[in-house]
Each structure stands twice: as structure tokens, then as C-alpha cells.
Design a protein around this ligand. Structure first.
Ligand code: NAD
Length: 484
């Protein structure tokens, strides 16, 4: 592209006037190159037709966000986002069920509330200081700039709310590429949050997206120099594609969480918590219990406890009938999930094989060998396979195979500290829960903050504002400013 000297002069003037208007005490906007100095389509409260316009608008908003807003402004705007999201929880939960056709309304309400209430804001960006003979060192969390965030169909608006709070708390702005199966509710959510941000005195377009999300848009964002970080929450294919993009990425990929129940476990507790976790939102959560390895005598009693909670126990013939319906042969061998059945109610799934259960039955269970497809495939539906393992060591071996090295989530029900430690060391997952449902590991019924982006592959773990920031150091030598 040829740029005339007048155009260069105009760009320099724009940049200088932007720097001059910074409020005292704040840092002037950094001068990242803008590929399109003149903004295109203004968008509709953050929703754009063209991805370059969406990036450009988020880029301009980010310059404004870091130049003219203090940390206390970020805090105030994050609180406005929480209030806005709280007022839409029922509406968005209902719309997600309608648009994606997956999951359970009441569980989506709980997931939203955990995300809204337990995603930390700017307060988690703690400065580190070292004061010593050689001077004063400060390390702070600085923004990357514009972040591209790819969101899943399984937690669509929950991920938008969670990523928005984390990313803008760190001084970034976000261009979302949402899952096409949830694009309407995601646009509603993003527009409502942008409206709340502007009403609270924040800039327009802190959050943007394209009305039609596509893979091509993701490629364009990866190639756009104004997008500084790619964050992807979803399946393995997407995370691997991001890692190949050549850009800094945060990848939150698939899991297939195993649960071990050993002979020392409180089996009533195990039955109750596994039923609760594996049926939550019809098991579409990446961190939900996907298969159980019950050791020796624990097996029979665990099955009885799960039945007591309301689970329907499939016999061997029914189990194989169901495999043919909810799974399908995969190219190159093995099985993959038939997406039609992901996140459906247990009653609806069981109906396909002629089994009638009341709507209150949230989970089907079956007893299978460790190499059964229900154990190995991340099915994301309320059909929970239970393997009877001969020993604790065998259960650990089988759990490692089933988890596929995702290192995402695992849990154990046990009173044996040695078993708890040995499984944790072997499985190496980001989330490891003892004696509760795995959702406790993201703060839903457990301690600690909540996230919808569990970045195992790239190592950020249970993400928060810190995860989406750059560490920057300032070193003041010769003892200046020290008070001792
Ligand atoms: P998905 O991988 O089908 O889609 C996720 C997102 O990635 C969507 O926006 C989709 O459009 C996009 N996408 C897919 N392939 C892509 C590619 N090649 N390049 C760029 N973008 C691509 O996943 P889903 O069905 O929406 O979600 C379920 C999966 O996500 C499960 O495997 C689950 O375990 C995982 N998940 C992980 C986390 C986590 O925090 N680790 C959270 C939620 C879901």
C-alpha cells in the first residue's frame, strides 16, 4: 500500500493528539501500527459484518482504554458488567438451550452465576517489588492489546462473560470468534455488555465480534498485526490450529476426566457427588466426570449408590445398542461422538432404545471394560461408564489411558492420603479434586476463583486477568526512591 506524505502527517497528528489528551498519571497509548487508520463500518454495539472492522474498532478502543482509564475505572466497569450479566442470566440461559439445543436451563443459571460472581477483576494484578542494595525492581502486569478469543458452544455466554472480565481487567480489548451454533445469544450478550460498559463511562467497542463467525476470520485475526494474543477455548483440533498460527496463544482444550473410587472411599458421598457432577448441564462441561474406575469391592456399592441417587443402570445389551446410536465410527478407526446427542437429557437418550425414565432421572450408567468406547471417547452426554478395576494401581493405569494425556481434570474419592497423592502425581491434570464433584475445581461448590477457560495445553491453568497480561519490569538502580 502506498501512503502519501500528507497521509503520514495526518496519522502522526492523530497519534500525537491521542497522546496529548491522556489524563495525568496515566500512560500514553502505545504506538502500535494501524493497518487501517480510517475506521470502517461503525458496527452495532460491537457486532460487525467484517472482521477487519471488528479488529480495528477493538484496537482503537484499546488505545483509549489504556490511555484514559485508571485501574479504579476498570474496577467500576467490571462491576457494571457483573450487574448487567446478573440481570440477563435467566434470559441467556434460556436462549442458549434454544439455540444450541444442549444442556439444562437450571444448571446454566448456576454456571453463569459462578462465572459472574467468581471471575476476579483487576484486583488480582498484584505488583511485585524487590528492594535491595542494587536498587528497586518493579514487575507489573501490562496488557497485550487486542486479544482474539475463540469460544465454545458448550459455555457460550459464560465464556464471553468470564473472558471479558479477565481480559479487560488486564487492559486489553477483545474480538470474539464465537461458535456458529451460539452466535445469536453471543451477539445479544456482547451487545448488552458493551451497552453496560458505555453507560458506566467506558469506551465503545471494548468487545467486538463478527455477526457470522468463520474459521477464515480466525486466520485473518492470526495474520493481523494488531491482534497480539489468540485465546482459544474448545476442542483439541481448534487448540492445535491456534498453536500452529505462529502467534502467542493461550489454549484451553478438551478433557476426558477420569474418577477413581477406591475401597476406603465414603461411597454414599461418591455416589452423590458423581451423580451431581456427571449430570450437571448434561455433562457438556470439559471438566465434568466422564468415566469412573471403581476399585474391587467399591464397584458394586458405588453402582447401588448411583442408582439410589436416581441413575438408570443399563444392561450390557442396552449399552451396546446405545453405542451404535450416540457414537459413530471414526475415520482411521475407533469411535467419535455423534454430535446430535451431545448435551441431551438422559431421558431423551434412553428413549432411543425404548427405555422410559422420569424426567428427574439425570444420568444413565453402565458397567464396561476399560477399553470400551464410552470410556475412551469424550462423549459430553449424561451416560457414565463405570469400570471395575482389580486394584488401585490398575485403576491409575486405566485412568491415564482414558485421559489421553490431556492433563485437564481428574478426581478421586478416597480416605487414603497415599492413593490421593499417587494418582495426582501420575495423572498431572490442571484440576485435581478430592472427594467432591469436579466442578468444585472451578469454584462451583469449591474454593477458589472461577474460569471457563482452563488453559492446560499452554499452562496458564485456571485463567484470570493475570493470564492475559505481559509481565513488564522496571528497574530503578542506585537506590533511588528506596526508603531504607
Ligand atoms: P469446538 O472445538 O468444536 O469449537 C470451539 C470453537 O473453536 C468454536 O468457536 C469453533 O467455531 C472454533 N473452531 C473449531 N475448529 C477450529 C479451527 N480449526 N480453527 C479455528 N477455530 C476453530 O468445541 P465445542 O464443541 O464448542 O466445545 C466442546 C469442546 O471444547 C470439548 O472438547 C471440551 O472439552 C472443550 N472445552 C474446553 C474448555 C477448557 O476450558 N479447557 C472449556 C470448554 C470446552
Amino acid at each position: 500500500m502506498d501512503i502519501t506524505s500528507q497521509e503520514i502527517e495526518s496519522i502522526v497528528r492523530q497519534v500525537l493528539s491521542g497522546m496529548g489528551s491522556a489524563v495525568p498519571g496515566t500512560v500514553p497509548a502505545q504506538t502500535a501500527p494501524s493497518p487501517r487508520p480510517v475506521r470502517g463500518n461503525p458496527g452495532d454495539r460491537g457486532v460487525f459484518e467484517d472482521v477487519d472492522d471488528a479488529v480495528q474498532a477493538a484496537w482503537e478502543a484499546q488505545r483509549d482504554w489504556v490511555a484514559h482509564y485508571k485501574i479504579e475505572d476498570r474496577q467500576r466497569i467490571v462491576e457494571a458488567i457483573r450487574r448487567c450479566a446478573r440481570s440477563h442470566v435467566e434470559e441467556w440461559s434460556r436462549k442458549i438451550v434454544e439455540e444450541t439445543g444442549m444442556g439444562r436451563y437450571e444448571d446454566k443459571v448456576e454456571k453463569h452465576l459462578a462465572t459472574i460472581n467468581k471471575t476476579p477483576g483487576p484486583e488480582c494484578l498484584s505488583t511485585e517489588a524487590i528492594s535491595g542494595d542494587a536498587g528497586l525492581m518493579l514487575e507489573e502486569y501490562a496488557p497485550f492489546g487486542v486479544i482474539c478469543s475463540i469460544t465454545p458452544t458448550t459455555n457460550p455466554t459464560e465464556t464471553i462473560i468470564n473472558n471479558t472480565i479477565s481480559m479487560i481487567s488486564g487492559g486489553n480489548t477483545v474480538v470474539f470468534n464465537v461458535h456458529p451454533r451460539a452466535k445469536k445469544v453471543c451477539a445479544d450478550c456482547l451487545q448488552a455488555l458493551n451497552t453496560a460498559i458505555v453507560e458506566a463511562g467506558g469506551p465503545e467497542n471494548l468487545l467486538t465480534m463478527t455477526r457470522e463467525p468463520t474459521m477464515e476470520n480466525v486466520d485473518k485475526m492470526a495474520a493481523n498485526p494488531n491482534v497480539r494474543l489468540m485465546a482459544g477455548t474448545g476442542g483439541t483440533g481448534m487448540v492445535n490450529a491456534l498453536l500452529r498460527s505462529g502467534k502467542k496463544c493461550i489454549g484451553a482444550g478438551a478433557g476426558n476426566p477420569p474418577v477413581i473410587v477406591d475401597e476406603t472411599a465414603d461411597l454414599e458421598l461418591a455416589g452423590r457427588k458423581i451423580y451431581e457432577g456427571a449430570s450437571f448441564d448434561n455433562n457438556i462441561l470439559c471438566f465434568a466426570e466422564k468415566e469412573v474406575f471403581a476399585v474391587g469391592s467399591a464397584c458394586g456399592e458405588l453402582v447401588r449408590q448411583l442408582q439410589k441417587q436416581g441413575a438408570y443402570l443399563l444392561n450390557a445389551a442396552q449399552t451396546e445398542q446405545l453405542v451404535k446410536i450416540v457414537l459413530q465410527p471414526k475415520q482411521g478407526g475407533g469411535h467419535e461422538v455423534n454430535k446430535k446427542w451431545v448435551g441431551q437429557d438422559a431421558a431423551k437418550i434412553l428413549e432411543t432404545i425404548g427405555v422410559k425414565v422420569p424426567d428427574s432421572c439425570r444420568l444413565a450408567i453402565c458397567q464396561v471394560p476399560a477399553d470400551h468406547p464410552f470410556v475412551l471417547v469424550e462423549q459430553m452426554m449424561p451416560v457414565l461408564p463405570i469400570v471395575c478395576s482389580a486394584s488401585f494401581d490398575e485403576a491409575v493405569e486405566q485412568a491415564l489411558v482414558a485421559e489421553h494425556g490431556n492433563r485437564h481434570t481428574a478426581s478421586i474419592f478416597s480416605k487414603d492420603v497415599d492413593h490421593m497423592t499417587r494418582f495426582a502425581r501420575a495423572i498431572e491434570t490442571t484440576i485435581y479434586v478430592k472427594n467432591s464433584a469436579t466442578k468444585a475445581g472451578v469454584g462451583i461448590g469449591g474454593e477458589g476463583h472461577c474460569t471457563m477457560t482452563i488453559a492446560g495445553p499452554t499452562g496458564e491453568g485456571i485463567t484470570c486477568a493475570k493470564s492475559f497480561c505481559r509481565r513488564r519490569r522496571c528497574m530503578l538502580a542506585e537506590g533511588g526512591l528506596r526508603i531504607i
